[in-house]
Design a protein. Structure first.
Length: 502
């Protein structure tokens, strides 16, 4: 059986005399079979990873920006050459179909490319002669050892949202990926070493809450980046901030797609199916709620159902598959439980995916596409983040009633509107209490040079992921005020050849 170890100080760590003795299973979601074991870090492994990062920081922070970016350029080329291998690891452990896995790698590469060109973003500012021979300069400096904690649903992309920007800014990094899909992070670390990232600059520790809390409490950790569920994001933010660390913690989502009667309903239905069921709904930008306004409801639900039944569900390594399984059996059962509860709480079950299976892979974590109509805002399936292929349709008579639904959610990650009316779209983008807005775009994921993050219970902390905000998160400002006497007026000292003042 394959063994996945930690990566500390530029090499594998945790199999043999350095092992904690604690291991976790890694499962193929399409078959339900355990295919590997992953080392789970205790306090000793966390201490070793942070110590390696702290030791490497002294040399890395003083390395030239040219050297750092040259390494990242090489890293980008290696990642591009191995993108198929990286995607295959994602499919094997997370369950995504090939197209989704390759798309994940491409979006991660976008942030690596952003890090390659970080020079202009790290520039400071200077004001000369603010007083007699006094200059003031603002500079940005790295923080030290920073930590990234990422979820199972994007085991490569979210890792690449974090550490390339952090190390480009001069920090060193300890990454704690999800133990459900750990192998992608190991390949990322191996390729980083091949590209020339010095030993200790990037470290990987796998684990559960024991490792997470040890990182949050560690006195040598300066900052923490996190993506995951809202309850865990709130815990990470509270504990790390209480320990004096800078924190960005992105939580869960309940993204609403508002459809007005004037919308192109065919385009809206196609967008809803793609956004709700891609990656089996296991993404924080998935549309999990459609709010159909006025007369749009019946026709929209019919179109969504027609398109959803045509989605091909199967193992991720089958090129014909358009949607794969859920990551674990426990998660699959939780999604099914929410569907059963929705029916009991009055929702119309238009499509029910609970009995779906794949011939020959019956033990896989399969959940078919589920479409629920006339869901109430007090329903558990609406109030909770389901993170599966379940789309809820709510009805509203007016735009104002629909906006009350959108803004009444405790989540504020993203929202979109489908309409032909520019005035309505403008109102939505101004009034929606979310961090990312789409107009006739179902999943408004910002491109790399903008920043990613939500509002309300979808994000904790003052900085978003990647883009310009990542530079501010992974550096701290310093203002330097200097005054130098004119050498020509210096009373004593060496003769520097300056003419006498007049």
């Amino acid at each position: 059986m394959k063994t996945v170890t930690h990566w500390i100080g530029g090499k594998p760590y945790g199999d043999g005399p350095n092992a904690s003795g604690t291991w976790g299973p890694v499962t193929d979601p399409a078959t339900g079979e355990v295919t590997a074991r992953v080392a789970l870090a205790g306090a000793d492994e966390v201490d070793a990873a942070v110590a390696a990062a702290k030791e490497a920081y002294t040399g890395w922070r003083t390395s030239s920006l040219a050297r750092r970016t040259a390494i990242l350029f090489r890293y980008r080329e290696l990642l591009n050459a191995r993108r198929d291998d990286l995607a295959a690891l994602i499919t094997a452990e997370q369950g995504k179909v090939q197209a989704d896995a390759l798309g994940e790698v491409a979006r991660g590469l976008e942030i690596v490319e952003l890090a390659c060109g970080l020079g202009t973003a790290l520039k400071g500012e200077t004001s000369t002669e603010v007083s007699d021979r006094v200059d003031v300069a603002s500079v940005r400096q790295p923080l030290g050892v920073v930590v990234g904690i990422s979820p199972f649903n994007f085991p490569a992309m979210i890792s690449m949202w974090m550490f390339p920007m952090a190390i480009a800014c001069g920090n060193t990094f300890v990454h704690k990926p999800s133990s459900k899909a750990p192998s992608a992070s190991m390949l990322l670390a191996e390729l980083a070493a091949e590209a020339g990232v010095p030993d200790g600059v990037l470290n990987i520790v796998h684990g559960d809450e024991t490792a997470v809390n040890a990182l949050l409490d560690h006195p040598d950790v300066a900052a923490v980046s996190f993506v995951g569920s809202t309850p865990v994001a709130r815990h990470v933010y509270g504990r790390a901030a209480a320990n004096g660390k800078r924190v960005q913690a992105l939580g869960g989502a309940k993204n609403h797609m508002l459809v007005l009667p004037d919308a192109d309903l065919d385009a809206a239905a196609e967008a809803a199916v793609t956004a709700a069921f891609g990656s089996a709904g296991q993404r924080c930008m998935a549309v999990s709620v459609v709010v159909a306004v006025g007369s749009a409801g019946d026709a929209l639900v019919s179109r969504i159902a027609e398109r959803a039944t045509a989605v091909r569900i199967g193992p991720g390594d089958d090129p014909a598959s358009e949607m794969g399984p859920l990551v674990t059996r426990a998660h699959r059962d939780d999604v099914a439980r929410h569907v059963a509860g929705a029916a009991a709480q009055g929702a119309d079950v238009v499509l029910d995916g609970r009995d779906f299976t794949v011939a020959g892979r019956e033990n896989g974590h399969w959940m078919g596409i589920t479409l629920l109509d006339r869901v109430g805002t007090d329903s558990d399936v609406y109030r909770n983040e389901i993170f599966g292929p379940v789309l809820c349709v709510l009805r509203a008579e007016t735009y104002e009633e629909a906006m009350d639904i959108v803004n009444g959610s405790p989540y504020g990650n993203a929202g979109s509107i489908f309409t032909r009316d520019g005035g309505a779209a403008r109102r939505f983008q101004l009034e929606a209490e979310v961090g990312m807005v789409g107009v006739n775009v179902p999943m408004p994921v910002p491109v790399g040079h903008h920043s990613f993050g939500g509002w309300k219970d979808s994000a904790f902390g003052d900085h978003r992921m990647y883009g310009s905000e990542a530079v501010h998160f992974y550096t701290r400002g310093k203002v330097v005020t200097t005054r130098w006497p004119d050498p020509a007026e210096t009373a004593a000292g060496p003769d520097l050849g300056f003419p006498a003042s007049r």
